[in-house]
Design a protein around this ligand. Structure first.
Ligand code: ARG
Length: 463
């Protein structure tokens, strides 16, 4: 047992209590951030005259050697330490002696852990953002290649109106674009340095919190020491953004699973992104999409868990907050893994353009356009709706599409129909006439794609 406290205790901690309390098994994940934060802290302490130059140099050297040894495997982070902070401090004292005991001057593990977690999650925000950007690039590529790939658009999972694959993919582009905007927002809100808040009430040492904040790339120090050590809003916001990303991926997964089914056959997943069955030789299953859909629950769980942990704890730091880590780490790893896999799966899947176009043609997706045709020739919309409804019923009985009917049959139902009806309700016309911003018509889709190209080019860079 290696712990940083013990002076006021007369007994050893019970083994079970020690194990229950310890966090090193998971907070070792932010070893790097702990060292970085400690270096910034001692550099500031020296600038303020709280440490001598020699002490600062010895500590920085010691911390740097610990970092190198952990990186190259010479020093192993083991469970004999209570947490990552104890591991770093104990090893520092082992290496440089008394100067190492000054590392924690003007600092508490409460502001230290708040800093480490912010540094860690801040980097993760950027990593998730980068992965989302790659996914957006993959989606945009599919869009550019499929401006005239017709397919049915659905409502209630019933064929509704014809659209293009580019248009459908564009919906996902907008979703993931919003996800990135959320991350950007969160990044800026979380980018304030809690170090210097101490246990909860600041410290009597003349710390320069602005300086520490700037050394660590923060926009400034946090402004209330109690809030600094008890705030986990940024984790909640980040997990909420992650939950939304997973919700988007899950909807996309669901569609891919449906589209990849024998009944639809809109897409075929690449062999590298499918799995087989141990008993049924014919099977090629969309396991990746199913797993992404399944893992969504796990990320929602992390969000609910942290919200529940935080809801009843009084200010300031309470040990409950140690529970923020494992679930956050797990959720972040899950999201990163899912987004990366998704990009691979989406960019390798093959679209069956003919099947999609055929499906758009045989589901009366041009019924609205047929009604609009009559409206353009003076029939009030409600009457046109009724006429086309009867026409559809007639086609269902005859087992054919509207465009299969002869001019005579059409005129029997409504004399307003002329020969140009066939052109007016062709798949191409139905799509290409939809030219309002955001609609599937090729000309307007090209404008939107150019705008999104621009968005990816003038991208948000943090630095
Ligand atoms: N392991 C703790 C956590 O993750 C670090 C802070 C400990 N502070 C304390 N006063 N016990 O929250």
């Amino acid at each position: 047992m290696a712990q940083l406290w013990g002076g006021r205790f007369t007994k050893q901690t019970d083994d079970l209590v020690y194990a229950f309390n310890a966090s090193i098994s998971f907070d070792k994940k932010f070893f790097e951030q702990d060292v970085t934060g400690s270096i910034a802290h001692v550099v500031m302490l020296e600038k303020q005259g709280i440490l001598t130059l020699e002490e600062k140099d010895a500590i920085v050297k010691g911390l740097t050697s610990i970092r190198e040894d952990v990186e190259n495997g010479k020093l192993i982070i083991t469970d004999e330490y209570e947490d990552i902070h104890s591991f770093v401090e104990a090893n520092l004292i082992d290496r440089i002696g008394d100067a190492g005991k000054k590392l924690h001057t003007g600092r508490s593990r409460n502001d230290q852990v708040a800093l480490d977690m912010r540094l860690f999650t801040r980097t993760e925000v950027l990593a998730i953002d980068e992965l989302l950007k790659e996914l957006l690039q993959a989606i945009l590529k599919i869009q550019k290649e499929n401006l005239e790939t017709y397919m049915p658009g659905f409502t209630h999972l019933q064929k509704a109106q014809p659209i293009t694959l580019a248009h459908h993919m564009g919906a996902y582009f907008e979703m993931f674009k919003r996800d990135r905007l959320r991350l950007k927002d969160i990044y800026h809100r979380m980018n304030y340095c809690p170090l210097g808040a101490g246990a909860l009430a600041g410290t009597t040492y003349p710390l320069d919190r602005n300086y520490t904040a700037s050394l660590l790339g923060f926009e400034g120090p946090t402004l209330n020491s109690i809030d600094s050590v008890s705030d986990r809003d940024y984790i909640i916001e980040l997990l909420s953004a992650c939950a939304t990303i997973m919700m988007h991926l899950s909807r996309f997964s669901e569609e891919i699973i449906i589209w990849n089914s024998n009944e639809y056959q809109f897409v075929e997943l690449d062999d590298a992104y499918s799995t087989g069955s141990s008993i049924m030789p014919q099977k090629k299953n969309p396991d990746i999409a199913e797993l992404v859909r399944g893992k969504t629950g796990r990320v929602y769980g992390a969000l609910m868990s942290i919200l529940t942990t935080m809801k009843g704890i009084p200010l300031a730091y309470n040990k409950d907050m140690q529970e923020d880590k494992e679930l956050t780490f797990d959720a972040l790893d899950t999201v990163k893994g899912c987004v990366a896999l998704f990009t691979g799966m989406v960019s390798t899947m093959k679209f069956n353009n003919e099947v999609m176009a055929k499906s758009a043609m045989n589901g009366f997706t041009n019924a609205t356009d047929a009604a609009d045709y009559l409206v353009n020739r003076g029939v009030p919309f409600r009457d046109a709706h009724g006429i086309i409804g009867r026409l559809v019923l007639y086609c269902i009985e005859k087992n054919c599409s509207i465009e299969d009917l002869s001019m005579e049959e059409l005129k029997d139902i409504c004399p307003v129909f002329e020969a140009d009806i066939y052109e007016a309700i062709s798949l191409k016309t139905c799509v290409e006439k939809r030219l309002t911003i955001g609609a599937p018509g090729k000309a307007v889709m090209e404008q939107v794609i150019a705008q999104n190209d621009q968005y990816l080019a003038n991208d948000w860079q943090v630095g």
